[in-house]
Design a protein around this ligand. Sequence first.
Ligand SMILES: [Zn+2]
Length: 469
Amino acid sequence: MSNMTSDARPEGLDAVSAYIKQNEESFLARLMDYVRHPSISAQNKGIREVCQLLVTMLDRLGMEAEAIETTGHPMVLGRRGDDPDRPTVLFYGHYDVQPPEPYEEWVSPPFEPTIRDGRIYARGVGDNKGQHFAQLLALESWLAVHGDLPCNVIFLLEGEEEVGSPHIAEFVKTHRDRLKADLVVTSDGPLHISGRPIIVFGVRGMVSFDLEVRTASRDTHSGNFGGVMPNAIWTLVHLLATMKTADGRITIDGLHDAIVSPTKAELAAVANLPDSVDDVMQDLSLSRLDAPADRPFADRLMFHPTLTINGLHGGYGGPGSKAVLPCEAIAKCDIRLVEAMTPEDVLDKVEKHVALHAPEVRVVRRAGMLPSKTQMDSPYAKALIAAVRDARGEDPLLYPALGGSLPDYVFTKILETPAFVVPYANADEANHAPNENLKIECFYSGIQVGAAMIARLGQMRVPRYGANA
Ligand SMILES: [Zn+2]
């Protein structure tokens, strides 16, 4: 078994790369056709049609392809290659898109793809159709030039990512045997703001909860009952003050117990990232960063949990004043989780804390998502880094984690497979917003990176995951 990643350009890649160049225009035309089809999961518009379209596309690539029902929208699953001596890569993407509203803010209609200034404007072109379509075209190009792929490939395209992936965990558990892979690669999200490529190894998890309190049967006069009736908002404010200090320490007992400290490799990767503090401060007109003041910028987003009050509601907020003593208050909160915190354990600890400090407050448990982490010294990471270098002539920035949350845990924790995000879109892709766009050059370089990834993976000789099982 050899996991070495040589510096030599993989055999066969140059010919594929040239083929991609020769076919750029027709690839672009086909992407325009693809994004013309709406597939809005939140409104159940066009989902079945696009799902079928994808099955046909995968089928034409010689894949065993099918749409698999879930209790929500179907998954598209395709597979090609069964060589036990080569790695199996699972490409994950999603074919659903965000609702396009408000229509009036689109310069050109969301489902009439239009090219302006080197960008394609259409809903879903960046998030995520243009990115998984680039992946498909990379495979198509390999097949056109060489007749076969350098490694085994599984495609998994979800139809519910934009509504929070409610069924993917169940799907992955049910179809575990068909998803056995050595690594998972997701191409979604943006490149670095500078245009530099990135590879992401993990994400923070999250969990939401409400704190609700009722101190009396009705609101009252703040004079007639002030000093007698407890104020529901003060009750929550005092409780919240016991959960986090002004200098930025979360003081929920035991909350930090499960946390796995960052590895040396992760700290080294973070030290290599460009410093974006000034950009962020300028963008948001910040005069300071959140406490603690001395925490390095990337550490804040990658290696620490947060406790966020999303909203605090109660009493009167209208014009003028109203001398009311409110009997009800609610705080909506979320906690971002780092490895190896879990939503259940965190909620248990929140409940314990609340029971101790403000037993009259009720905790309403809401949805959560586990964090995910892939080791930075994974041999597959070396192959992906080399692939990005092959295709783009520059090294990717390596992100141990994203501050936000994606359901990568279904791969790393349920399938126990290393998972990487290798984004292709421009940083200003305006996904989820009007005028979503993808730079044409990003689409083309995405196809090139896709081809280089399977080439680099094909150089590795490792026992297939399935062969180990
Ligand atoms: Zn999205």
